[in-house]
Write a new protein. Structure first.
Length: 79
């Protein structure tokens, strides 16, 4: 399975043993985008994934598109 994502240019794959697998498609030092699979169906939050500014369910159940951006997250969450 990991080969299929790597072949599609998802370069960073992160596994949270409790619930999530994330596949990062694009990133800079401060921002990233990709998809997340939720094993239990729980919606990912910025408590679990740092600096999430957008999370959208995809057409397949338990799959989400995400955008993380430190600078935008910090602007939205002062202090």
């Amino acid at each position: 399975m990991y080969y299929l994502f790597f072949h599609k240019n998802y370069r960073v794959i992160t596994v949270d043993p409790e619930n999530f697998v994330s596949f990062q498609k694009w990133s800079t030092l401060d921002a990233g985008r990709g998809i997340i699979y939720s094993v239990t169906g729980e919606t990912p939050t910025d408590y679990i994934f740092e600096f999430l500014i957008e999370i959208e369910p995809l057409s397949e159940s338990n799959w989400y598109f995400y955008i993380s951006d430190f600078n935008e997250w910090r602007r939205r969450n002062p202090g």
